[in-house]
Every structure is written in C-alpha cells, then in structure tokens.
Write a protein that binds this ligand. Sequence first.
Ligand SMILES: Cc1cc2nc3c(=O)[nH]c(=O)nc-3n(C[C@H](O)[C@H](O)[C@H](O)COP(=O)(O)OP(=O)(O)OC[C@H]3O[C@@H](n4cnc5c(N)ncnc54)[C@H](O)[C@@H]3O)c2cc1C
Ligand code: FES
Length: 366
Amino acid sequence: MTTTVPQPTPARQPRPALRDRVLKLVELATTPLLPTDYLDLVAPLRSGAALRGRIEAVLPETRDAATLVIRPGRGWRGHTPGQYVRIGVDVDGVRQWRAYSLTSRLGRADGCIAITVKAIPGGTVSNHLVHRTAPGTVIQLDQAAGEFVLPTQRPAKALFVTAGSGITPVMGLLRNHPELTDVVLVHSAPTPEDVVFAAELWSLAADGRIRLVEQHTDTAGLLDAAGIAALVPDSAERATWACGPVGMLEAIEEHWAAAGLADRLYTERFRPTVLVTGEGGTVSFARSGTTLEADGATPILDVAEEAGVLMPSGCRMGICFGCVLPLREGAVRDLRNGEITTAAPGDGVLIQTCISAAAGACDIDH
Ligand SMILES: Cc1cc2nc3c(=O)[nH]c(=O)nc-3n(C[C@H](O)[C@H](O)[C@H](O)COP(=O)(O)OP(=O)(O)OC[C@H]3O[C@@H](n4cnc5c(N)ncnc54)[C@H](O)[C@@H]3O)c2cc1C
Ligand code: FES
C-alpha cells in the first residue's frame, strides 16, 4: 500500500521581475542605506543574507578563555571536526576578521556551533570576544575550512600534541570521534588553571577514552620533541596531530622528519612562521592617500593597521586570501620563504598582505 504524505504548500514567491522592481523602489526610498541593511537589523540570519551568526552564549572556560556558542544563519554548510571558521566582528567600530577552530559536537539539537577563544595579551579580537561580548551580538561568518581533520581511514593509534589554545581543534576531534579508542593526548599550559577543557579531558581519561599527559610549563618547563617522544614510547606507531606555538610545531616537524615519520604528522598553525626578513621600505596606499615606513620583518597588514589604515583580513597567516590587495608597483617579500614579488607600474599583482613585508618602496591599490 502506498501512502501519500501531505506536502506543505510552498509560500508563493513574487515573480523575479516584479520582485526586482519592488526592490528598486524600496532602494530609492531607503537610500543611502540599502534595503538589505534594514533587513539585517531585523533578520540577520535569514537565508540570502551574507552569512552571519548570532552569539547565543559566552561560557567562561578559564580566567582568559571562553566558549562562544553561535547560531549560524541559513547559509551555513556545516563543518568537519578539526576545521576552523573565520568570523568578522566589530571592535571599536572596525570590522576585524580572525579564524577560530570549531569545538562543538556535530548536529547539536539547538543547531548551534561553538568556538573557544583564549584572550592573548594585547590581542584586539580575542580580548573583545572573551571579555566584552554579550549574547545577542551578531557577527559575520565564513564557511568552515581547514585540513586538520581525520582521514576517512581512521588511524588505529592516534597522538595529539597541543599547547595553550592549540587544544581547540583537538577538542573538536575528540568530541566527535568516539571511534578513536587508542588515543594519547600530550597537552601543556602554564598552570593547571590555564588548561582549557581540563575537567572534560580528565573525564575522558577516567573513562579510558584517552591517555592524558598534562604538562604545566611554569613549573615543569616547555615540552620539547624528544621529551614528547620519551613520554609516548610508541609515538612512531601513532598518526600525530599537533597544534600550538610555532616553536613547538617546528621542533616536532623536525623531529618527526628526522625519524622518517613526516607523512604521519599533521600540524595546525595559528600564526605564520616568519623565516626570512630583509630591508623594508616606504609603503603607500594609493586610495587612502596614506604613506608609511615599514620594516622588512613585519607584515604590511600589521604595519597598515597600526597606522590606522582599514585593511581587509582573515586568518592573518596566509591561508584564507582574505587580505589580498593589488600591488601597483614595487616589491614585497613573502616572510615564509623569502620569495620576492615585484610589480611594474600598472601590473596590479595580487599580494597577501598578512605574510608579505615591504622589500623596498611599494604602492598598494587600497
Ligand atoms: C586556523 C586558525 C585557527 C585558530 N583557532 C583558534 C582558536 O580556536 N582559539 C584561539 O584562541 N585562537 C585561534 N586562532 C588564533 C586567532 O585567529 C587569533 O590570531 C588570536 O585570537 C589573536 O587575535 P587578536 O586579535 O586577539 O590578536 P592581534 O591583535 O591580532 O595580535 C596582538 C598581538 O599578539 C600577537 N599574536 C597574534 N596571534 C597570536 C597567537 N595566536 N598567539 C600569540 N600571539 C599572537 C600578534 O603578533 C600581536 O603582537 C586560530 C588561528 C588560525 C589561523
Ligand atoms: S588574512 Fe588570510 S591569507 Fe592573509
């Protein structure tokens, strides 16, 4: 027997041509604001709007870290555990973009996602999010991205090495992959009070889900790669994911490569590795009419923001291309590898300002 399931009657949509004319009229009436700006005030998460999210809760984790529960708008396409999301947030009237790893369980009943932010000394966005953001705040969202995820073929044995806020993508993985049964987590933070998710991690350890090694660097010092290998004698048999300060990641990469295990190591950086610096130069921003002196070691993005130039940005470490601007003339150096990019007048070569420093005079179309 076949049963006919009653289908909801779709709401009638205005015909596109008519809808466009109505929008045009509304636009005339609302100029200089666009109708979408008014809609953003009343329905920021509606489908068709630029992707946004509403912060539903700010849950303190430690004295300087908090989890932000975010209700994403209709266009959110979901994420794979271990990935990050770029968020755009207004701080003192300036829209700032930063990347944060997703820490929530997939498919939460309330439809929300979560990120966990650690406020760093002097940090513009992290302090704003942790200490000065109220539930109800609407932020801009990008779709999730990132490669710090598990392969389809799950490893029989896994090792996670994290420090400080580097625990966040790993928490996203642990919360969503209970099928990982042989897991060692080596985590370090300055003191026991600074360990984000401490109670949950120890409860996973008590349940036998993970073997947890917690190192407090204020008293026990920093963990080096050899120390990690000594703590985990079978580390060579484990697929390894590491996230933390650049120095820690470089030491692990070197150690794992020397042991012929580079292909079993996955790392996630929160900041770019600056390898090559050089002479700086004068940077001019054609449209804003700003000219400033930049050294050869600081990204143009940082130098410009410091001088009050409003710059597009995103991850601030060379992965999202949210900071790309045309170099009209001059030369910049990629701080990760020393590569020089030059532009002759009129070229308009696109450069990533977050990982490029001036290498002589340069003129940027911005
Ligand atoms: C893929 C990715 C995922 C990330 N996930 C998380 C996350 O889950 N949780 C989290 O708290 N952060 C995460 N970050 C870092 C985050 O994007 C910001 O860089 C961080 O919050 C600092 O931003 P800010 O505006 O407070 O500092 P800024 O105002 O940009 O910088 C202030 C000062 O701190 C330095 N600085 C910038 N970033 C760091 C850093 N990470 N550590 C130490 N010093 C820094 C700057 O050079 C500057 O001197 C992630 C970054 C990336 C690229
Ligand atoms: S801000 Fe992401 S690549 Fe520069």
